[in-house]
Ligand binder design. Structure first.
Ligand SMILES: Cc1cc2nc3c(=O)[nH]c(=O)nc-3n(C[C@H](O)[C@H](O)[C@H](O)COP(=O)(O)OP(=O)(O)OC[C@H]3O[C@@H](n4cnc5c(N)ncnc54)[C@H](O)[C@@H]3O)c2cc1C
Length: 229
């Protein structure tokens, strides 16, 4: 993020910044993936027909986007699912977060992704997409979503299967952004009647979309929401 954008966000934070309180933090094993339950009393979720994202202050003048999932309107809580295998400011912030801490965020924004009602919904992404697709599933209600999430660590793949009763498979991320695993997962699936959602690592999203567009059975749509590069 360039310095002008950071300064603008800092001004916005002073004018419109809101806070939430951390209710619980759960780390997966190894501790490079975190679930954070947060109470956001003033969160404006009027756009909750699409998956939303919030800009969270992770350091002095530094903000990162995270996705509210499991939104409960009555008690105004949600869970953030944060991947922290890297060593960026967001990853450092989440590793230091404790129950009772305050979270400051600037605004709630809509992403490109919302449920589609024609055809099937197929989702593809990496661990930074888990919360995003849990939110999409919540919005889609009882409609089944299938797909694959690329996960490098074997124990994380086991935890994914154990924690989520979901028709989405954890597949191995071989260090190529998970591209080959996602292509392999799609290779024997008929996709002509599917809307495909892609999110996560931006270069991988672009390559995956390009490969899927080469298929003979053209999917109904390919909807990309890039997160990080
Ligand atoms: C709309 C939107 C919603 C998002 N929702 C979520 C969410 O719910 N959960 C979530 O975890 N992230 C989410 N992200 C991504 C998040 O905002 C950050 O970009 C990401 O967490 C990295 O921040 P960082 O400060 O840790 O690393 P950065 O300072 O951005 O990057 C440092 C280095 O780490 C690498 N890197 C960055 N992210 C990852 C990663 N996930 N895995 C491996 N290497 C990485 C970069 O390539 C870079 O080399 C979302 C992004 C957007 C735009």
């Amino acid at each position: 993020m360039n310095i002008i954008k950071q300064k603008a966000l800092h001004l916005l934070e002073n004018a419109f910044g809101k806070t939430g309180t951390v209710l619980a933090v759960r780390a997966w094993e190894p501790a490079t993936f975190f679930e954070v339950d947060v109470h956001f009393p003033d969160m404006d979720m009027s756009g909750w027909k699409r998956v939303q994202h919030i800009k969270v202050r992770v350091g002095e003048g530094i903000y990162r986007d995270y996705t509210p999932a499991g939104w409960d309107e009555d008690i105004r809580t949600c869970t953030l699912y944060i991947h922290a295998e890297q060593d960026g400011p967001g990853a450092q912030w989440i590793r230091s977060l404790r129950t009772g801490d305050r979270i400051t965020y600037v605004g709630v924004g809509a992403t490109m992704h919302k449920p589609t009602y024609a055809g099937e919904m197929v989702v593809l992404g990496d661990m930074s997409s888990i919360g995003h697709y849990l939110a999409l599933q919540q919005l889609a209600g009882s409609r089944k979503i299938s797909g694959a999430i690329t996960i490098a660590d074997e124990n994380h793949r086991e935890e994914f299967k154990e924690y989520f009763n979901w028709n989405i498979q954890p597949v191995k991320n071989n260090g190529d952004g998970g591209l080959q695993s996602m292509l392999k997962w799609t290779s024997d699936k008929p996709l002509a009647n599917s809307n495909i959602y892609i999110s996560g690592h931006i270069p991988t999203c672009i390559r995956l979309r390009k490969e899927l567009k080469k298929r003979n059975d053209s999917p109904l749509g390919i909807l990309v929401q890039g997160f990080w590069s």
